[in-house]
Design a protein around this ligand. Structure first.
Ligand SMILES: *Cc1c(COP(=O)(O)O)cnc(C)c1O
Ligand SMILES: [Zn+2]
Length: 562
């Protein structure tokens, strides 16, 4: 047997004792809040020497995990998820350093796979055969996959709000699903009762040592991945903490573990500052945000959460909130709520604009980021990492509506012989000649791509691009677009001059123009534009529904008028 070099320290009385799998209480005071501690100087030495040669997955950090044999037989590629920039979102929010930690790329599509991989491995080492878990969905899915590999029988208690698609996914692994009619907090109580009656191990969320420990690996990976970008990385490994870690929360286990991970990196001398936490809740279930707003260290418990986002429906987060509160007081951060509506809209926007389809719970985090940006809580130089997770199926119909595909009868197309010119086009309504023309004028290529993407996501348009004023005037005359989107700040002929020339020329005078500017305008400049242009838009406000609606309305008006 490999010795496990882990101790646990009681958060209440400070008593420290050796860790053994399955330990649930402090032997001195009976507290359930035990925190794992390690020999950090030793681990720091080992990591400096050996980490670079290890595979990039969660087990690379095994010295700081409470599992003896690593990787365990149950491993299936958990962790080691990519971190990449959210380019379009960054442009829209004018925050250049937004990074997506893509937790969709875990075995069951959520960061709960970290928790399941570590916890189930630890429980298997403890010789357990039956495990009881209460879940808002994703934990049950992840635990089911790993329990199946470990030969452990899982009993998953899920509240009735969990979408049927998720429940079926749990059941397919051979887990016994018990659907509890009631809230998630009641479901937890029912599960605890059952576990006690049967003498089975109950997963106690943030109070179980392996769960918190597993979430640390998110922090370790992020710090290594951001470190790779540092100029000094070419001389050797660099670790870097982001300025912000943003996540949507239910019980708060994720940020709790992530915070501990950064604390350990700090203690080992790998990083020199701690990130701020952006902790986002659904407005219908916001016990942490309510408490934060009243500067209270205990959550304001909610007995009947009312959000459609069942993943986030913990009404009683308990002490996890207190620990997060203390962290945020000390290192900075914010607790913030967003509505279900905002989350659904953000989910659709992220899929259309960024190519990332995420589940509503993850969209809550992005909607929170958008709010934080609007409220000026994030500075442009700050590095932001957002946790992004999968499982979109249950709500696709909800955000897509009915008209998301065009139908084509194969026979009509294939049997018309000889092939009829444009029949397919006619049948699908995809005739490019009928689509409104939009001219995008911007000297900055990424900005043109972003506008192109906005238009593509709105419908069918013929999109023309000009990279300077002269080209813009030529194209406007030759093509007579239905709409011009014009950047104000361009080298050579600037937006003001383009506007004036367009208005002087009778051929182009009536084309509506939306002016876009990143610059702060004087009252005089503003008045000058308002006379000539249809509307004025500040760069960074692209995300607003008003912008989308403005474009749509303008184009409908225009094409009807022709
Ligand atoms: C579990 C989960 C959350 C909430 O995580 P906690 O840290 O446990 O509060 C948020 N988003 C997704 C997608 C989840 O699966
Ligand atoms: Zn104690």
């Amino acid at each position: 047997m490999v010795a496990l070099d882990v101790q646990v320290r009681c958060l209440d009385c400070g008593h420290q004792t050796g860790y053994r799998p399955g330990i649930t209480h402090c032997p001195r005071c009976g507290s359930e809040w035990l925190q794992a501690v390690y020999d950090y100087p030793r681990v720091a030495r080992v990591w400096r020497e050996r980490l670079p040669a290890r595979p990039f997955d969660l087990w690379r950090y095994h010295e700081l995990l409470p599992v003896r044999h690593t990787p365990p037989e149950t491993a299936q590629g958990e962790g080691g998820t990519p971190l990449y920039p959210a380019r379009h979102l960054s442009m829209m929010l004018k925050l250049p350093n937004i990074w997506i930690k893509d937790e969709r790329q875990n075995p069951t599509s959520s960061f709960k796979d970290r928790q399941a991989a570590v916890t189930i491995a630890a429980l298997k080492e403890a010789g357990l055969t039956d495990v009881v878990v209460a879940s808002t969905g994703n934990v049950a899915i992840a635990y089911s996959a790993y329990a199946s590999r470990a030969g452990i029988k899982l009993w998953a208690f899920v509240s009735s709000a969990v979408p049927a698609e998720k429940m079926r996914e749990v059941a397919i692994y051979g887990t016994q699903v018990i659907k509890v009619t009631g809230t998630y907090d009641q479901t937890k109580q029912v599960a605890a009762r059952f576990a006690q009656e049967r003498g089975f191990y109950l997963d106690r969320g943030a109070r179980s040592v392996p769960t918190v420990e597993s979430m640390k690996t998110l922090a370790f990976e992020i710090a290594e991945q951001l470190g790779l970008l540092h100029p000094d990385a070419r001389y050797g490994p660099v670790w870097m903490a982001p300025d912000w870690y943003i996540q949507a929360v239910s019980g708060g286990l994720g940020p709790l573990g992530v915070a501990k991970g950064f604390q350990e990196l700090f203690e080992m001398g790998f990083i020199d500052r701690m990130p701020k936490l952006g902790i986002i809740q659904a407005a219908g279930c916001d016990p942490m945000v309510r408490a934060w707003e009243q500067d209270r260290a205990e959550p304001v418990d909610l007995d009947s959460p009312s959000t459609h986002i069942s993943t986030l429906a913990t009404g009683r987060p308990g002490r996890t909130y207190t620990l997060l509160y203390e962290y945020v007081k000390r290192h900075g951060g914010v607790f913030l709520r967003v509505t279900d509506e905002e989350a659904f809209r953000t989910m659709h926007m992220m899929a259309k604009m960024e190519g990332i389809s995420m589940e509503p719970a993850a969209a809550v985090a992005f909607a929170g980021l958008i709010r934080m940006a609007r409220e000026g809580l994030i500075q442009p130089h700050e590095t932001v990492v957002v946790n992004c997770t999968g499982h979109t199926m249950p709500i696709e119909s909800h955000i897509l509506g009915e008209r998301w595909a065009r139908e084509v009868p194969a026979e009509a197309v294939l049997q018309a012989a000889p092939p009829q010119e444009g029949l397919l086009t006619a049948l699908t309504g995809l005739d490019p000649k009928r689509h409104p023309k939009v001219l995008i004028v911007d000297d900055h290529e990424p900005a043109r791509i972003l506008f192109r993407r906005v238009l593509q996501s709105l419908g069918e348009y013929q999109i023309l691009e000009a990279e300077n004023g002269r080209q813009a005037l030529e194209l406007a005359r030759a093509e007579r677009p239905n709409l011009i989107i014009l950047d104000l700040m361009m080298p050579g002929m600037d937006g003001f001059q383009v506007l004036e020339r367009l208005k002087e020329d009778p051929e182009t005078a009536s084309i509506p123009v939306i002016v876009v500017t990143a610059k702060h305008l004087s009252g005089q400049e503003r008045a000058r534009i308002q006379n000539l242009a249809r509307s004025l838009l500040i760069k960074g406000e692209f995300l607003s529904d008003e912008f989308f609606e403005e474009i749509r309305a303008l184009l409908e008006e225009e094409t009807e008028g022709r």
